[in-house]
Design a protein around this ligand. Structure first.
Ligand code: NAI
Ligand code: COI
Ligand code: MG
Length: 351
């Protein structure tokens, strides 16, 4: 079972190190391949996603990804910016479905940005489309007739892209509490009207799933007002990106939210996927040893579950994370003072 480890920039290597320790602690025949991505790769190879890294991804059963982004490269041409590594991998590998669970761990109610009584009810899954939308449409800058600079990014979806992610949403809802909420902006956007129509059509094959729709502005409000109303959310790339960071604060911290990016490629061991925390490279705390590694560790658990069919090992890791939090081993993001490596130690002790 081959895992490609792409740690990246900022806190990426710090949190990935702890996730790798957890994987190596398990009695599984794992071999780890290492690849360069992001600003680190740009520095060494002149490109954020070098050919060697793509070759490494092709050889692996799954990718454990840290984070990319480095303010030193913010002025580079967009194609050379560190963030292109993660966007490029998602696209090149056909990873169109991004699963971002937000569940309240025991003991975290008071760390939530919400009142504990509201926070306690959260167990939702955001299914975010990952290969389309405004992130991948035509973009550019130009001069208007009057000489002003104008930037544009085209938002587009075709119905096959919407249908395949809608199916993922309905299937997930069917395995959970049977409720799917599709989030769009159909009152304004053509892409969203198509999105809504296709989700409704797809729903005809899922009479057992209760489908609802919200406009994204209302959804952002509802997520804070009553997150317990949501079971599975299905939404586009941009809205899913924003709403998942928001959901993270409902359950305590962005340092707790893992994600699985999946496509159609099957491997000998399961479904090929890329696993990463939902957070970025956090340059404001990089190198300080205070980043919360639990999102990265939970991403490793997702990897075990989806790509290696090691459900028992995944459960074991998730239980160790839950116990770490319940025992009050908390990083600064959750009001504690445990360092990145102390949190990793605590998870290993509980495994
Ligand atoms: N998948 C990826 O690689 C992503 C990359 N980025 C990139 O990361 C860079 C920084 O972006 P930001 O907007 O600042 O978002 P960010 O997610 O990196 O950080 C947002 C805030 O959350 C805190 N934070 C993030 N992860 C944490 C953790 N594990 N423990 C404790 N605190 C944590 C940070 O210190 C910061 O205050 C940018 O270059 C951005 O493009 C952003 C999101 C995803
Ligand atoms: C680097 C960004 C484009 C990605 C992002 O913010 C995310 O996937 O959460
Ligand atoms: Mg994001």
């Amino acid at each position: 079972m081959k895992i490609a480890v792409f740690a990246g920039d900022g806190i990426g290597p710090e949190v990935t190190e702890q996730a790798v320790r957890v994987l190596q602690h398990l009695p599984l025949p794992l071999s780890l391949l290492v690849g360069d991505v992001g600003g680190y790769a740009y520095q060494r190879h002149g490109h954020p996603l070098p050919e060697e890294t793509l070759a490494c991804a092709a050889e692996a059963d799954a990718i454990l990804f840290g984070a990319v982004g480095d303010p030193r490269y913010d002025q580079l041409d967009r194609h050379l910016r560190p963030e292109q590594a993660v966007l490029g991998l998602r696209k090149a590998l056909g990873l169109f479905a991004n699963l971002r669970p937000a569940k309240m761990f025991g003991g975290m109610e008071s760390a939530s940005a919400l009142k504990p009584a509201i926070a306690g009810a959260i167990d939702l899954l955001i299914v975010r489309e990952l290969n389309g939308d405004i992130y991948f449409g035509k973009k550019g800058t130009e001069r208007t007739a009057s000489g002003l600079r104008r930037g544009y990014d085209v938002m587009s979806y075709d119905e096959s892209e919407v249908r395949r992610i809608a199916i993922i949403g309905f299937e997930a809802a069917r395995k959970r509490q049977g409720r799917l909420c599709s989030i769009d902006k159909a009152n304004v956007l053509e892409t969203s009207q198509l999105w809504r129509d296709v989700v409704i059509e797809t729903g005809q094959d899922y009479p057992d799933v209760t489908l609802s729709h919200l406009y994204v502005d209302n959804a952002a409000m509802q997520l804070v007002r009553d997150p317990g109303q949501f079971d599975v959310i299905v939404t586009g790339n941009l809205f899913g990106d924003i709403l998942s960071d928001q959901a993270s604060m409902c359950v305590g911290s962005i340092g707790l939210l893992a994600s699985a990016s999946l496509g159609e490629r099957a491997t000998e061991h399961g479904t090929f996927g890329l696993y990463e925390p939902i957070h970025g490279s956090a340059p404001d705390i990089a190198g300080m040893g205070i980043a919360n590694p639990l999102a990265a560790i939970l991403s490793a658990a997702d990897l075990l579950r989806h790509s290696l069919r090691q459900a028992a090992a995944a459960d074991q890791v998730e239980r160790a994370v839950a116990a770490t939090l319940r025992d009050g081993v908390l990083g600064r993001d959750l009001g504690g003072d445990a360092s990145t490596s102390q949190i990793g130690d605590a998870v290993l002790e509980r495994l």
